[in-house]
Design a protein around this ligand. Structure first.
Ligand code: APR
Length: 166
């Protein structure tokens, strides 16, 4: 089975076709990776997000990357962890699937994901990493030409991915 690549660092520095943002449904920015992406992309990104108007949990929308080295940003909205009985696993899986679908529709051949929902939204990291790796693996079986990176900003996230992917 194909897998993604585990990288340690800041997703805003990557020269890939598309980086994924862990956004909220209002799309108007926030902290964490969302704040980092907006500050690196510049104010045009906020204007583009405002024009889109919002995004449902489990879905994603695409914008330009503006001042980022990445060409595009997919703003995916992960679930807030509420104990696991509120469709959180399915909604998180849907974020990965939708992001990959949108990337294909926009002719992207490289994509980098942060650990969606694993910061402010409180999703248990090991469980989230298993979902991410499963969804990306299933996608890569159908689209082996896509280069997929899992970007780990902290050591806990990196350990979770390394345990799954080596
Ligand atoms: N590059 C890569 N990963 C990063 C970066 C970065 N520059 N900054 C933070 N991260 C990591 C965090 O360490 C965490 O593992 O991204 C993961 C997701 O954390 P959050 O950014 O807090 O995202 P999430 O848990 O999905 O919460 C989304 O936070 O800031 C708000 O607007 C955002 O309301 C939304 C919520």
């Amino acid at each position: 089975m194909s897998t993604g690549t585990v990288l340690r660092g800041d997703i805003t520095t990557l020269e890939v076709d598309v980086i994924v943002n862990a956004a909220n449904s209002g799309l108007l920015g926030g902290g964490g990776v969302d704040g980092a992406i907006h500050s690196a992309a510049g104010p045009e990104l906020l204007a583009a997000c405002r024009e889109i108007g919002g995004c449902a949990t489990g879905d994603g929308v695409i914008t330009s990357g503006f001042r980022l080295p990445a060409r595009h940003v997919i703003h995916a909205v992960g679930p807030i962890w509420r104990g696991g009985g509120h469709d959180e696993p399915e909604l998180l899986a849907s974020c990965y699937r939708r992001s990959l679908e949108i990337a294909v529709q926009h002719h992207c051949s490289s994509i980098a994901f942060p650990a969606i929902s694993c910061g402010a939204y409180g999703y248990p990291i090991d469980a989230a990493a298993r979902i991410a790796v499963r969804e990306v693996g299933a996608f890569l079986d159908a689209y082996p030409g896509m280069a997929v990176s899992f970007v780990c900003f902290d050591s806990e996230v990196q350990s979770a991915y390394r345990a799954l992917l080596g």
